[in-house]
Design a protein. Structure first.
Length: 111
């Protein structure tokens, strides 16, 4: 996968999942921050938040190839048995990025 600029990553996620959910996963102070990132104000992202955004992007990009945007959003906020009944969004927020990716792959594989 080609590495996208942070503003493109934030914009994609904001359009797909909404800025409140993206802000939650990234650990942003408020939803308006996500709009700023999507608008090119990337100086305020920070390394940890960028890693969370990029993981969410990678997972979302995978899932939209197989399911509708609504189902992808539901997957992010739903309780996932692969993650001990924690939502993927919370898993990403907590920095358990490998676990979130594995859960997405399992979801796509039907397990």
């Amino acid at each position: 996968m080609v590495v996208k600029p942070v503003d493109e990553v934030a914009s994609f996620l904001q359009d797909l999942l909404g800025r409140r959910l993206v802000a939650y996963m990234a650990g942003a102070e408020d939803a308006k921050t996500v709009s700023g990132w999507a608008g090119g104000e990337v100086g305020s992202v920070g390394q940890e938040r960028e890693e969370h955004l990029r993981t969410a992007y990678e997972v979302a990009h995978l899932l939209v190839q197989f399911d509708s945007p609504g189902l992808v959003e539901a997957w992010f906020i739903g309780l996932d048995p692969q993650l001990d009944d924690v939502s993927p969004a919370e898993t990403i927020r907590e920095g358990k990025l490998k676990e979130a990716k594995a859960a997405a792959r399992a979801f796509v594989a039907g397990g």
